[in-house]
Design a protein around this ligand. Structure first.
Ligand code: PNS
Length: 162
């Protein structure tokens, strides 16, 4: 049976840290689905459609990666996609408590789906979508954090909002 995994997140926006996890986990499975949460509550900078398109462009050279938006429970999305693995990245011990709770809750909801944690490469350990947005909002250089096209879109979004 083919190994299918979901790498879920908000990806508002996708960063080099996320791409590092996508590249590494795509090598471990037959198919990796990047699941973009359409979290209406969080007032994201980009719409789910924009986030999906940005990720699709950033992963276009990795053949076994698919990008889909999802709403509701992650575990229901995993079941619908017939994925048995959830991938999450861990940057620091501060991520751990929330991630542990989420993976245990998901396992109670659906014991046939397991979460695999990858430790973020040291190079990207400090990086988060929120800090990228904060730097961009104040006109800072974000070229070291996100792909060129994504940086352009973030800068454009903040110029509109000014
Ligand atoms: O990396 P993020 O942006 O913090 O991603 C969080 C995400 C999307 C993985 C998480 O919020 C999620 O799975 N949301 C969907 C609702 C759900 O299933 N929650 C888990 C039950 S504890």
């Amino acid at each position: 049976m083919k190994k299918k995994a979901i790498y879920p997140g908000t990806f508002d926006p996708i960063t080099y840290g996320h791409l590092d996890i996508i590249q590494r986990s795509a090598e471990m499975v037959d198919e990796l689905i990047v699941g973009v949460l359409t979290n209406k509550g969080k007032s994201p900078l980009f719409t789910p459609e924009e986030r999906v398109e940005m990720i699709k462009d950033a992963v276009k050279d990795i053949p076994n990666v698919k990008v889909l938006a999802f709403d509701g429970l992650l575990i229901e999305f995993a079941k619908k996609q017939k994925a048995t693995i959830i991938i999450r990245g861990l940057r620091a011990v501060t991520d751990f408590e929330y991630e542990l709770q989420m993976s245990q809750t998901n396992r109670v909801l659906s014991p046939e789906v397991d979460t695999i944690f990858l430790t973020t490469s040291l190079k990207w350990a400090y990086l988060s979508s929120s800090t990228v947005k904060e730097v961009a909002a104040f006109g800072g250089d974000i070229s070291k954090f996100v792909p060129k096209k994504v940086a352009k879109q973030i800068i454009a979004r903040y110029s509109i909002n000014k």
